[in-house]
Write a protein of this length. Structure first.
Length: 326
């Protein structure tokens, strides 16, 4: 078991134009600060990219205290109650209409399915990419002005300027699923690490995050928040490909393990969507320094995107969820 430090970020309320709705952008990773669970979903990248950045032992752990500190109780405010009710209501609506969708769904190619897994984050407008790029092909351009705009966007929003910073960004920013996995171990009475070996600040952060994540446990169960991480990582790679930071071949190689993981963990677009919405809410709670000021707006934006994908001709309405890669 490892621990990873989530990074500070700026532009907490930055928003950009998306298809039919404004969408908040994830925040830029800068210096490493808070300590959170490190266990992470690996990308389908060459082996040399899979090494986890080292964590300095001195900054992460202290000798275990003689007496364990009490755990933090439930974090369930009026705002949280409202968000949970919204997700649960929408979850019910999604699954009530699932059978009718299944009758008309058709198989898509592996590459189309990969791009559809990033369906929500692909709706965000990226400078240099005209309009919505769709879910059939990668957007590639030799126009230097377009590539520069995309690169500037990646640098501004994520701090991504090359392959190395691309890998570092997704590993440190999209960890909601891995954190939830650690919480599951604690909830089941089989902790994946010794809590009292964390320094006081790290321990407080972990316990607060765990207490907040527990609100979503009745909704997602063991499915967790991985859908959010997969959605974000695929589109981050897709944008990096459009910017010329990675090649199309590298994009498909790096995303295949994410695709296999998604197929193994989820069994429908409906399951994936619910996990994504819960993960998005938890992600913003962690990004906003465990405050609730941005949660309702962020959830509403992502529900709007999911509703767009589940519209009458939406891609998640017409595409079949595969049992395995063809």
């Amino acid at each position: 078991m490892f621990f990873k430090r989530r990074s500070k970020s700026k532009q907490a309320e930055n928003s950009v134009e998306v298809t039919q709705q404004d969408q908040l952008q994830p925040k830029v990773p800068e210096e490493e600060t808070d300590t959170v669970a490190e266990q992470q979903l690996e990308p389908a990248a060459p082996d040399e990219t899979k090494e986890t950045p080292p964590v300095e032992p001195a900054s992460q752990t202290e000798p275990a205290s003689e007496e364990p500190e009490p755990e933090i109780g439930s974090i369930r405010t009026e705002t949280t109650e409202k968000l949970l009710a919204r997700i649960e209501t929408y979850q019910k609506e999604l699954f009530e209409a699932k059978a009718a969708r299944d009758e008309n769904r058709k198989m898509v190619t592996n590459r189309q399915f990969t791009l559809l897994l990033g369906g929500v984050s692909t709706c965000r407008k990226v400078p240099g990419i005209p309009g919505h790029p769709g879910y059939d092909n990668l957007f590639l351009t030799k126009d230097e002005n377009q590539q520069k705009m995309i690169r500037d966007h990646l640098k501004k929003m994520y701090g991504v300027v090359d392959k190395e910073s691309l890998e570092k960004t997704w590993r440190f920013l999209f960890t909601s699923g891995a954190e939830y996995e650690d919480f599951l171990h604690f909830w089941s009475g089989t902790p994946s690490f010794e809590l009292n070996k964390l320094n006081p600040k790290a321990k407080e952060i972990f316990l607060k995050a765990k207490a907040y994540a527990e609100n979503f446990r009745p909704i997602v169960g063991e499915k967790g928040f991985f859908a959010w991480d997969i959605n974000e990582t695929i589109t981050l790679y897709r944008t990096a490909c459009s910017a010329g930071i990675i090649t199309p071949q590298e994009f498909w190689e790096r995303t295949q393990q994410l695709v296999r993981f998604a197929i193994a963990r989820y069994h429908s677009w409906e399951e994936y969507a619910v996990s994504l919405l819960c993960g998005a809410t938890y992600f913003m709670f962690r990004q906003d320094k465990m405050q609730e000021t941005m949660l309702e707006n962020f959830l509403n934006i992502n529900i709007n995107m999911v509703q767009f994908l589940f519209g009458p001709q939406g891609k998640w309405t017409t595409a079949m969820w595969p049992e395995r890669l063809n």
